[in-house]
Structure formats: C-alpha cells, structure tokens
Design a protein around this ligand. Sequence first.
Ligand code: ADP
Ligand code: ZN
Ligand code: ZN
Length: 783
Amino acid sequence: MPPPDRLPGTAYGGLNYQPASRDLPTAGYSSRAVTGGQLPAPSCHTPRVLGIATPSPLRRLFDYLPAGPAPAEGWQPGLRVRISFGRRRVVGVIIECRDSSELSLSKLKPIDERLDDTPLPADWLWLCRFTARYYQHAIGDTLQHAMPALLRQGRALTPRTRERWVATPAEHEAARQTLARAPRQVALLEMLRQHPQGLVTQAVLAQSFTREQLKALVNKGLVERHEEPMTGGQQSPGAVLAEPALPLNGEQAAAMARLHDGLDTFHPCLLHGVTGSGKTEIYLQLIEAVITRQRQALVLVPEIGLTPQTLERFRKRFQCAVVALHSGLTDNDRLDAWEAAASGRAPIVIGTRSAIFTPLAAPGVIIVDEEHDGSFKQQEGLRYHARDLATLRAQRHAIPVVLGSATPALESLQQAVAGQYQHLRLTQRASRHAPARLELVDLRGRTRRGGLAPPVIDAIATALEAGHQVLVFINRRGFAPTLACHACGWLAECDHCDAHMTLHRQPPVLACHHCDHRQPLPDACPSCGSADLRPLGSGTERTEETLAERFPDTPVHRIDRDSTRRRDALENTLSEVRRGAPCLLVGTQMLAKGHHLPHVNLVVVVNADAGLYASDFRALEHSAQLLEQVGGRAGRSAHPGRVLVQTLHPDDPNLRLLAAHGYDALAEQLLKERHAAGLPPFRYMALLRLEGPREADVNALADSAATATRAFIEHSGLDIDCLGPVPAPMERRQNRYHMQIMLSGDQRSRLHAACARLIAWMEAEPSARRIRWSIDIDPQTLS
Ligand code: ADP
Ligand code: ZN
Ligand code: ZN
C-alpha cells in the first residue's frame, strides 16, 4: 500500500496527480494555508497548537490552543472540537498538532471543548484531505461535505441501540409448568424459539405481544434481553447468501476469474458489458467473495431513488443487512449507517455520489455501477468526481475497484485501452438476445404529430397490436419547448436568462427551466398583438397527448420530473408497467437509467440531434451514451426489440457510426478525435467560473484574472494553456452574468500549480470579493 499522500506517478484513474511541492507557489498563501497536505505522525506529547479545519470556505486552518483533559491516546488529527470562531461557536476538526504558530501563542484562543475521545477514521480523514487538495477546495468545507449532519453538529459517533429478545435453552417441560396459567407467554416463547437469533422488540409487538409479557419471561429466566446497534448486530459467521448465485456464462466466468485473482491488490477494472449482460450478477458474486473474507464492499450507483430494484436485488441475495445511503434518510439513520460502515458491522454499503466518503473498517472492494453517469460528478461547491475518488481510495486500500458500464466514459475507456485498467468485456446478453440496433428515421420534409413521424406512429401501432409495450423517449419535459407568434415570429423568452420559456399545459404556464421563473400564458403576442400564438416543437406532455388521441384504448404513462414529484409515483407506474399489459411510456432520461422493463419491445427516440452539434466537446459522448442506454431498454425479454431514432441529420457520420456499429465503435472514433484535438482524456483541464449581477464587473475581473494567469504561466514556464475569458454558453442566468477561463495542460502537477496560483490571485484581489467564483478541476461540462 502506498504511504499516505505519496501516490506512485503511474496514471490510475483521473487522479494520477503527484503533488509537486517544488512548483506549487507560495505567494498569496501563508505557510499555514492548506487545502490538504501531509498527515503528521500522531504526537505523543501535548502539542502547544492545534491547526483546526472549520466550517468555512477559507482555504486554511485556524490555530487554537488545546484545553481541557487530553484524550487517552493524545491529541491527534481527526478529533472534533467545539471552538469560538468569529461570533459563532462551531464544530471543527483537528488537522495538525504542532508546537508553533505564525501568530504569537498569547494571541491564540483555547478550544472550548473536545468532542471525541478517539479520532474520526484516519483513512477517511486522508481521503478528505486528498480531495480538498486535489480539487483545490477548502478543507473545512470538504469535511463538512464528507460528514453526516449530526457529526457536523457535534453528536458522538455511537450507534443508537435496540433490544433483541432471545429464548434461553431452558427445559421445555419446566417452562410449560412455570407458564401453566399464561397462554400468551407460552405462545410468545414458542415464537421466539422458532427464531434462534431472537427477535427485535418491534417484531414482537407487531405480533400483538406486549412488553410486559417479554419482561415476565425474562424474569422467569426463559428469555434474555440483548442490546445491539440499530443497524444490526455483529454478523454471525454462517451462510453469506440468502439465495443461490446464478451459474455464470462463459464470459461472466472469465471476468469473474480475473477479479478473483486481484482481490488482495489494487486492481482497477473496467467491466464493459452491454446492457443485460449480467454485470450486476458479477458484482453480487464478487461481493460474496469479499464478505466471505470478512471485508466490506462499497457500491456506488447513480440514483438509488430511481432504481429501488437494484437495491432489492442486493438485499435478496445476501443474508447480511445492506446499508443504503440516499437522500431519503433521516439524520439519525445516516449517522447509524456511517457508524455501521466505520465499525465494520455493515458488510455492504450502497449509496450515491457522496457515499464515496463513507469510512470502512475493512474495505474489500469498491464498485461503481454505470460509471459513465454524470451524477457522480458534483457540479457545485466541492466539485469532486466520485468515480475518480473511488479509484484513488481503492489504490490507497490496495483493493480492487470495478467500474461497470455498457457505455464507459471516454476517460475510463482510455485507461483500459492503455492497459492501466483491466478491460473485462461482456458482449452477450445473459438472455441471449442481441441488443437492438438503432434504426435512423429521417425527419426531413415529414410532418410530425406530437413530434412523431408517420412511419414511427405506424411502428408503434404494430408493436401495440402484437401485445408489446412501447417506450417513447423525449428529452424535454413540458408541452412544448416554447411558444411562438405566427404573425411576427416572437418567441417566449425568459426575462432573467438567455433562454426560451417552456410551455406547460398541466397546469398552463410558461416556465423557465433554468431559473424556475413562471408566468401566465399571454392571450396575445406581446410584440404585435396577434392572437395566433402556437406551441413550437414537442415536449413530453404534447407527445403524451398525441399518443392518447391516436391510441385511445392503450394506457399512456408519462414519466418526467413533473409527473413523478410524489415520492412513490415513479415506482407505482413502473410496477404497473412491469405487469406486462400493452402500454405506452413517454419519458425523459429518467427512463434511460437502469430500469428493467422486460415487456418493452419498441423504443422511440423523438430527437437524437441535440448532442450532435452542441458547443460542449463532451455533448456527443453523453448523447451517444444516452441513446445506447435508452436502446438497451428494448427487447430485454423473449422478443428481439427495435429502436427507432428520429433525426434531421441522418447523414451525420457520427450518428451513422453509432447506428451501424454501436457505442464502442463511436467511442473509439471520438477518442481519436480527442487525441488529435488535445482534449481530455489526453489533456487535463480546469475551469474558473465567474458570475455576478453586473456584466461589466464580471468581464473586468475575468480579464484581469486571465492576464495575471498568463503572466504567471509565462514567467514560470509551466506549459499550460489559458483560454478566455469567454462567456459561458448561457451567459445570463437568473440575471447573473457568467464568464469562464479555461486552463489545460499535459501534466496534472503543472495544471494544479497554475490553478493554485490563480486561486491565490483571486483571493488577494479586492474586486473578486463582489463576484462569485469557483474553480472546477476536471470539469464535466463547460456550461
Ligand atoms: P446488467 O447489470 O449487465 O444490465 P444484469 O446482471 O441485470 O445485467 O442481468 C440481466 C438479466 O440477466 C437479469 O435478469 C439477470 O438475472 C440475468 N442473468 C445475469 N446473469 C445470468 C446468468 N449467468 N444466468 C442466467 N441469467 C442471468
Ligand atoms: Zn407577434
Ligand atoms: Zn430563466
């Protein structure tokens, strides 16, 4: 295992970044300013100064004096303390224990209170410090993000407990005599005897027994009361599986064998398998191997709320509890889950992006499912990429990391092609049906109804007549992308953004999808007064309406953010759909993700063109992934499916390549283009975003920042390109003006040095205080 903070220079994951202190600038930073840094060895004497990370956006530690009783194992990084910080009292985390400070010790305040006896897990602290340094984010704010709310507030890291009642192995006959006049107690004792592991109170009360009856049995020595953490007791060493594993097919078995060989080392793998090829089955069997070795598995998924089925599959397979971390948890649940993972009691932890910060006592594997998914990158505040951190963590723990996808991100694919990741391929669907090819439907010169061309409507009719289900995918919610005046050409635009207002019918309103500004529908054109206002284009509501008119006997389900606001609405609709009766599903990309819809046989993509000519260089990659994923929904059961893709550009070479040869062929082509153009993954990028209410102020600051950066780059010979400033693709959003400066380079350490210098400049620049700005390392979108 590499020592902390000293990663080998080899490129693993996105993060082959070696801190090159040599070329890190110090100007503008005090020597105490940190975003991460080396972990000092725990000191055995009482340090004179504690360097503390506080909940603040400042990229530095704050020095305090230790006070109160020293912890049993001495003052150490990772202990939480309560301190007075400005006018607030806050919870901070000790990062450094030192004997000196830049300030005179007499000026330092003592801490108010020490909150922990033992520090928060060291590996976790290491990850937070690395994250802060790599993403050039304040350590205090990084820790805030990585900690459950209750820990941030100062709550102790101890689990809540519950009671468990276990029948003692007393003589049957003796017990019957003792209980001769208490039939309910006899029944209760019988029930408990049928559960050798015992039952928790809730389960007992649910059977209409009472606490008094339990206590009576305890007093008679027939039942014992145990206390255990809410998240379950220590795993009993018995069976691991609750249902048998499936026998693997040839490709799966080959992939599994490779994974088995790498269980005790850092072993990054790209599990690249078409939709339905049995990747999840491989995760399950790999996790089984890991649990059998008394280690833990951490599984990251894009959105748990949207895919309860995945969670269900994990829960069904294993005897042990599967701890799920998602946005629906209460603060108490989240703390319990964190504690269960940190103590090692939870063998399997599944969560979304932020679960990468879950501490593990005995890490055994990290799995990132749908690793290409954009949700793994946080787009605000701490802009980290959970997939990249997963690779980094696996390297630190010397364990395998499995990145699974049918449509790998070009970053991951390139690592596999270059031999840095093991490339495990699954080309066959487990059900033996070849994935459907995309068929392009030329929209040019065709009239459309609800966005659908006549041949597509015919194909829908045929599929429904054959008793199949049809999924219509349209990447816009609302009734129509905008409202237009047929007399003068006026289009409904948002007053606050450079964007059109979307027309909604349910309820009727014009809404901006960028700032949520809403206004009533105008009766007449605000520009020329004409009453001839018509919807322009189609959204989910309009397509739904058209289909309901055309196929009145078939249920039409719409699935988008508007129709699924209620928590269980989506799951209710989907379980109805899974019953299999013919129906039409109209939905946005919510539908593209991971749902198993076995009866869908025809998939229609209303418009494939959005990503083809977008300004963002990743747009095509992302839209190809989406098309392939949507297509993967077709024909997962007995019948081979069809995927119809409507386009105004049927001759576009990229689209044709995708249709004829699939995502992998297009990805190969895109990698060549990225290489030739010097774009990621062949070059590294960072983006400075600036925004403010006054255009002139934003522009002026952006100009000076770019000038300063160029001067620094030239002066230091860093070999970094500085592009811009340029307006963001949507310059005005919510009445704020957005500008960007892009830095790129071949070497991470140099790019980071340039970013650090730029941040130092921004922090020292008085005019930057009135402008909101942020740095994004490895940005995933340029918007
Ligand atoms: P993926 O995660 O690659 O989309 P899944 O693991 O969900 O694929 O598998 C797709 C379907 O095939 C599931 O219904 C699964 O139960 C089934 N399956 C997977 N592996 C096997 C196997 N070895 N034998 C039989 N069925 C399998
Ligand atoms: Zn008009
Ligand atoms: Zn707006």
